[in-house]
Design a protein around this ligand. Sequence first.
Ligand code: GLN
Length: 259
Amino acid sequence: MSKKILALIVLGMFVMAIGLTGCGSQKSTTQAPKVIRVGSETAFAPFEFQDEKTKEYTGFDMDLIRALGKQMGYEVQIVSMGFDGLIPALEAGNIDVIASGMTITEERAKKVNFSKPYYKSGLTVVVKSDNNTIKGFKDLEGKNIAVQIGTTGANEAAKVKNAKVRAFNNPPEAFMELRAGGVDAVINDKPVNDYFIVQSGSKDAKVVGEPLTAEDYGLATSKKNAELGEKLNKALDELQKNGEYEKIYVKWFGVKPAK
Ligand code: GLN
């Protein structure tokens, strides 16, 4: 055999080997579970909070996003961060989805893609149980109000005349300040306020007046990843049809979702 032919055979085998290796690695990437990184501010019970015993993130949003991930064939990884850091993290590509009781607003929709609404919420005012002067939003003028930073509650508090508004990292910190007498009221999401009041024995705080707003929660994805947004909406539809969404809703709220 001439040296030339031998060289060709060796080259041929080499090319084949590369081809096979290529196939092998391709196969393993399709088999490995795909991960979606889900950003959440995890002090927002009953939507997202840490289970005291297992330390796992639990709540309505956490169950829902895990069920959606399963439906889409993704493994869900929860990334806990401050609420005001969520949209920047999504824009920077550090997370793929926001599941954090986030209200769909026009302002936010300029920066992110929202899924279809998945929960009907709104804001209420919470005061100490023994407060008989604040009976609703209109009595907040000139008062000290606690809110969570970067939220719709913070936006609403900013509309109150002469009020001194203090922004906390999360609702539990705002409630703590209310208990300590540092503020007169907290403006925050209704289901979170109701849950806090029941969990703390319904003795320290109460909701006053009617809900200030009607808000819809949505899951947010990056504008650069329209495909993931579409997949999420499709999976949400499927879970609403097959009863899984209703099961999760009843688990956390004790009632069926309004049609
Ligand atoms: N729903 C409110 C908002 O979007 C609060 C959300 C939250 O604190 N997790 O601003």
